[in-house]
Design a protein around this ligand. Structure first.
Ligand SMILES: [Zn+2]
Length: 267
């Protein structure tokens, strides 16, 4: 078996202007076929689904940067979607990691300390004005989860203001190439709307505990969209009491009332 990086290429059947999907999974190291698998792409809009990239080593980074340069020299435009945290780390550290390419969405790992719950949230960057302030609601306890990184560092790549895909026409082509992402965002958003249309500020999509299983995890999140988005600027207003807390409070009241009745009757 050659290579630890899975490279799945999906070219559109017709429509010359449609996007090509390159879906990556596994480990990006010196033993990759990224360049070979995509050597026939010229002047294409190439959507690179990075959801499944689990690790990158320094040789992988070098190959990636070379690959981006070669792709762009052949007139291709790159859009990265569902970037795993490993890709986000490189985007932040390596100058020119994306070349002239744009990033449409990233995964972000969140953690709830009180109940030790982890969740990966897919963030559509064009729709979330301040991802660093995002506090998704924990599916387990209803509390606010915190990013499992330093937010200003994790989202540092946003500061240059040119990494995010904002062009509506390109966005429509990208959404068509990754329909499940569009479907998921629509589902969370109450249905019907295209992700390119203005939407509510936050559309987090948590997966379950297994953060590593990113491609499947991201898809699974479509079915289990039980975690509700929380507005980053909610200053304590409109807080929802979690079911667990309610049960505990009711149980405590029952105990107190029983104790009082006991004391009354004893006296
Ligand atoms: Zn929790």
């Amino acid at each position: 078996m050659r290579g630890k990086l899975g490279v799945e290429l999906r070219t559109p059947e017709d429509a010359a202007d449609a996007a090509v999907l390159v879906r990556l999974s596994g480990v990006l190291d010196e033993d990759n076929q990224l360049a070979e698998a995509t050597s026939k792409l010229y002047e294409a809009l190439v959507v690179v689904d990075c959801a499944g990239v689990r690790r990158i080593n320094s040789c992988g980074v070098r190959d990636w940067v070379d690959w981006v340069g070669e792709m762009e020299s052949r007139g291709n435009r790159l859009v990265l979607v569902a970037c795993s945290s490993h890709i986000v780390d490189q985007v932040n550290m390596v100058h020119n990691f994306c070349g002239q390419g744009k990033i449409r969405s990233v995964q972000a790992p969140y953690y709830c300390r009180p109940c030790d719950h982890e969740a990966t949230v897919l963030i559509a960057l064009a729709e979330v004005p301040a991802p660093a302030d995002m506090r998704p609601t924990c599916a387990r306890c209803g509390g606010a989860m915190a990013l499992d990184h330093i937010p200003e560092q994790y989202f540092a790549f946003l500061q240059d203001g040119r990494s995010v895909l904002t062009d509506a026409a390109t966005e429509r082509l990208v959404a068509a190439a990754v329909p499940e992402t569009a479907e998921r965002i629509r589902a969370l958003d109450g249905g019907g709307r295209s992700p390119s249309e203005p939407t509510r500020p936050v559309t987090p999509t948590p997966t379950s505990d297994d953060v590593e299983a990113a491609p499947e995890g991201v898809t699974r999140a479509v079915a289990s969209g039980e975690m509700q988005p929380s507005a980053p600027d909610s200053g304590g207003g409109g807080q929802v009491v979690s079911p667990v807390l309610t049960v505990v409070l009711v149980a405590a009241m029952v105990v107190v009332i029983s104790l009082m009745l006991f004391l009354v009757f004893e006296a």
